[in-house]
Write a protein that binds this ligand. Structure first.
Ligand code: NAP
Length: 283
């Protein structure tokens, strides 16, 4: 539903939500592109998600992002879910259509891949085996992105084997599920390593992983962005591997959202990265 006053509105629904860096990101773009509008944190309890989403058209919101714990629950509420979100099993972005219908999509895989392409332009998904550790929502987006980009072998390792097996069945493609105990050995010959667990995030212990078998040329990516450099990334950098953190994934997933909400595809620049990184601890 178009806002008659052309004051553009979007936000992020989460519970809790005040830790989210998204308002800072999107409000930077409002200013940069000279649009009158704002992006707000929306603290929505799980039991209120349906009412909150359904209120978006009447409030003249263009849409919203979803964060923990709403990404899966929203699937059953919106009117339409695109193929990527359906495969991943989670919605990260809702677009309010002109007729008030709610369309759900998932831009996390786009964010993950675009961040790598911007930071490591020479990287190729098909260059060699990828190892992904983790089988939650983030891992699903990473694996979808790697497979779509042409990865020919994805070695998937997760603490709970059954979660990895379910992911492999749901997504299909070149996924080889291996037990948690194999996580050190499977690094041999890998071209890409991705941590998509919550291990290494502020407040959690580091991911327990011995990098000895990983080729020094392999790209090591962590989707965590708090801290900016997880213990895994520090260890990888110290032995000479190229590394990439999760901040750019967060920034890049906002671009297709803006395109759908406001018709502009905003840029992720070094200035924007520095602004958002400024209040995130380095290690
Ligand atoms: N940069 C971004 O834009 C972005 C986007 C999405 C997520 N993330 C980050 O990615 C991380 C994961 O998020 P998520 O949404 O995927 O979470 P999730 O769905 O809850 O999945 C958590 C994953 O971590 C694993 N895990 C948890 N505790 C563990 C432990 N003690 N040892 C080994 N593995 C453990 C879980 O394994 P089990 O299956 O065994 O429980 C699961 O694979 C978070 O830090 C989140 O902030 C970043």
């Amino acid at each position: 539903m178009a806002n008659p006053e052309r004051f553009l509105l979007a936000g992020v629904m989460g519970w809790p939500v005040m830790h989210s860096r998204s308002p800072k990101l999107h409000n930077y773009w409002f200013e940069k592109y000279g649009l009158a509008g704002t992006y707000v944190p929306l603290a929505v309890k799980p039991e209120d998600l349906r009412a909150a989403l359904r209120a978006l058209p009447a409030l003249c919101f263009s849409g919203c992002n979803l964060t923990i714990p709403h990404k899966q629950a929203a699937m059953a509420i919106v009117d339409e879910v695109d193929e990527v979100a359906r495969k991943i099993g989670a919605i990260s972005c809702v677009v309010v259509r002109p007729d008030g219908m709610l369309a759900g999509s998932n831009n996390d895989c786009y964010g993950f891949i675009q961040n790598i392409l911007q930071e490591q332009p020479g990287w190729r998904a098909e260059a060699g085996p990828a190892v992904v550790i983790g089988a939650g929502g983030g891992a699903r987006a990473v694996i979808y992105g790697l497979a779509e980009r042409g990865a020919r072998e994805i070695r998937l390792i997760n603490r709970t084997l059954g979660h990895a097996q379910k992911l492999a069945v749901d997504l299909g493609g070149p996924i080889k599920v291996l037990p948690w105990s194999e996580r050190h050995a499977v690094l041999e010959g890998a071209a890409t390593l991705v941590n998509a667990t919550s291990q290494g995030m502020v407040g959690n212990p580091p991911l327990e992983l011995d990098l000895a078998k990983l080729p020094k040329s392999a790209l090591v990516a962590d989707i965590i962005y708090i801290p900016r450099e997880t213990p895994l990334l520090v260890a990888a950098r110290m032995r000479g591997n190229p590394t990439i953190n999760g901040l750019g994934m967060l920034l890049h997933q906002g671009r297709p959202a803006w395109k759908a909400w406001f018709g502009i595809e905003p840029e992720v620049t070094p200035q924007l990265r520095a602004l958002i990184a400024a209040d995130i601890p380095q290690t």
